[in-house]
Design a protein around this ligand. Structure first.
Ligand SMILES: [Zn+2]
Length: 254
């Protein structure tokens, strides 16, 4: 079965062009060294074993955009997390964030259905034993719309999309830019990281499976290590998205 892909008509493309300008929630950014957040979406176990477990050796923590309804399933990303994985991630200090219960394309759901997906996901995470508040969200498939940005604006501290880019002067907390760490993008991502010390910015990254034969939305363990080594060489601060937002807010208070 082909993985689901959201609609991509001309109208969709035009609305995507205009969306960054609509229903924004701006966070001003002024950094004198790079800041990087690494995230994993609807994640298989390999995102932990070859991803966050390795990050921990660098002293870094990640954000996991979690669909509780995908617990224990196997799909094109491989075998997914189980409850004990989430508890271990929480105990190690990683951020658990929301991604709808069942990885639904929110751009085609009613507002009520979107909010139900979000609340059911939170409730399931709570049942599993997640005690941190779910402050972050990522649009499944990156499928944001201007009305969705407005609907979710006050529901989460920060919402991540998948539009490639980084944040130099400001970030839109209703749709953070993020760069996919895929085998096909790895050289671009590393070039972007290498350029950060000369022009500090907040860069968020995301990926899915990390294994020797990754899906098109994942990478190999060796490629992921190359990214981590580039980050270490850039001397960036590495924080989960929630902590990065707190850090950036604190910068304003100084
Ligand atoms: Zn996803």
């Amino acid at each position: 079965m082909q993985p689901y892909a959201p609609s991509n008509t001309l109208v969709d493309k035009i609305s995507r062009r205009l969306r960054p300008l609509r229903n924004t929630r701006k966070l001003a950014i002024k950094l004198d060294k790079p800041l990087i957040s690494i995230s994993f979406d609807d994640f298989p176990v390999t995102a932990i074993t070859n991803g966050s477990d390795v990050m921990e050796q660098y002293g870094w923590r990640a954000t996991f955009y979690t669909c509780a309804g995908l617990e224990g399933i196997t799909n094109h990303h491989g075998q997914h997390f189980r409850a004990e994985h989430l508890l271990k991630l929480q105990a190690a200090g990683h951020e658990i964030a929301g991604h709808t219960l069942d990885h639904q394309d929110c751009s085609v759901l009613s507002d009520d259905a979107v909010l139900t997906q979000i609340e059911k996901n939170k409730a399931r995470l709570c049942d599993i034993g997640i005690t941190q508040s779910i402050d972050g969200f990522a649009y499944p498939f990156g499928a944001a719309t201007a009305p969705l940005k407005k609907l979710l604006s006050h529901k989460f501290e920060a919402i991540r999309g998948i539009k490639t880019g980084q944040h130099t002067h400001s970030a839109d907390l209703n749709e953070l830019k993020s760069c996919g760490v895929y085998s096909s993008t790895i050289d671009n991502v590393i070039a972007r990281i290498n350029a950060l010390p000369a022009a500090p910015a907040w860069l968020t990254l995301f990926t899915h499976d990390i294994c020797d034969a990754p899906s098109p939305w994942g990478c190999t363990p060796a490629e992921f290590l190359r990214v981590l080594d580039a980050i270490a060489a850039s001397r960036a601060d590495v924080l989960p998205v929630r902590e990065a937002v707190h850090f950036l807010r604190g910068q304003h208070d100084q």
